[in-house]
Design a protein around this ligand. Structure first.
Ligand code: 10D
Ligand code: SF4
Length: 316
């Protein structure tokens, strides 16, 4: 059987970022150091394959600290936690290991610094997302105003328009966030904030690659979970950048083949929490139907690496 030709635009960078890589390593090292079970508060990263593989090694996933026994170590997920969370673990005398990405911790520190300087804080993020909950939870309840879109800026009720600062979630759409920041600066000209936003290098680079390939792709497949903010943003970026069809798929089994019928040019990328093995499975599934030529679309080179916490570098 001759298969029709297909050009597969393969985004680079894609998949695991340094924060995800470190968070997974932290759980593995914790299991090596203390043995199973090691408890993990929330999915270490938003990916079922990752979570299932760590579960198979002895990790137990819970949503709250009190669900874990006090005599076992607990790891906090890469998305970060409110201050009340380590406080609860400390009150129960638990061994705690923080797998919060250092780039999220940086935002926590910024938020605390603005608060100490007497500024009211605006957070640009998605309501209920664990990173937003964690960052807002660095300050006392009610101290952070959440803004999800440009419309929210218009209705913001602030204490003093001249004593404001903002921070952002790290996995937002770069373009949408620029619009929200412009609206904030327009309404509150003296608002303080980071140079541009707190969106991390990995989010930015993955979105850049998708933007670059979107106009040449009849459809783009994004490997990632439905609860993965950065993966969902890649789908939106693909659509906004001119690709008529973008699908978020957890695995190759979820590909909507009917939507790809007759395609000659597809794009493929993966969110920061999606393992490369899942990308390879998608390529194999495409190869079964098409004669695939892979065309890498390289938007940036990445060489970021983060150290694991000291507690895991010391003997038990
Ligand atoms: O939902 P998300 O994009 O924030 O998280 P995910 O676990 O999918 O990817 C890693 C990103 C983190 C931990 C937030 F910085
Ligand atoms: Fe850290 Fe960015 Fe990865 Fe989030 S997406 S874990 S902020 S490097």
């Amino acid at each position: 059987m001759t298969r029709p030709p297909l050009t597969l635009h393969l985004a680079a960078p894609r998949g695991f970022c340094a924060g995800v890589d470190r968070a997974i390593r932290i759980v593995e090292l914790a299991l090596e150091k203390w043995g199973a079970p090691v408890y993990v508060r929330h999915e270490i990263v938003h990916n079922r394959t990752v979570v299932d593989s760590l579960r198979a090694k002895g990790a137990v996933f819970v949503e709250e600290v009190h669900e874990a026994p006090a005599d076992r170590p607990i790891v906090f997920s890469a998305h970060g936690v409110a201050r009340s969370v380590p406080a609860e673990a400390a009150a129960r005398n638990m061994i705690q290991v923080d797998a919060t990405c250092p780039l999220v911790t940086k935002v926590h520190i910024e938020a605390a610094r603005h608060h100490e300087n007497g500024l009211q804080l605006v957070m640009i993020g998605h309501a209920g997302h664990p990173e937003t909950v964690g960052t807002m939870g660095q300050l006392p309840p009610g101290e952070v105003l959440l803004v999800e879109d440009v419309e929210d800026v218009a209705s913001l009720q602030v204490r003093d328009p001249d004593r404001l600062a903002f921070v952002t979630q790290t996995t937002l759409s770069v373009d949408d966030t620029a619009g929200i920041i412009a609206a904030l600066r327009d309404r509150f000209p003296s608002i303080l904030g980071p140079g541009r936003e707190d969106i991390c290098y990995a989010t930015t680079n993955r979105q850049m690659a998708v933007k670059a390939m979107a106009p040449s792709c009849e459809a783009i497949l994004v490997v990632g979970a439905p609860n993965s903010s950065n993966s969902r943003r890649l789908v939106e970026v693909a659509r906004k950048a001119g690709c008529p069809h973008a699908q978020l798929i957890e695995t190759a089994a979820q590909i909507d083949w009917r939507a790809l019928e007759g395609a000659r040019s597809l794009g493929l990328t993966a969110g920061a929490s999606a393992p490369e093995e899942l990308v390879n499975e998608v390529i194999d599934a495409l190869r079964a139907r098409w004669d695939v030529t892979v065309l890498p679309v390289v938007a940036a080179e990445e060489d970021v690496e983060f150290k694991v916490p000291r507690i895991l570098r010391e003997p038990a």
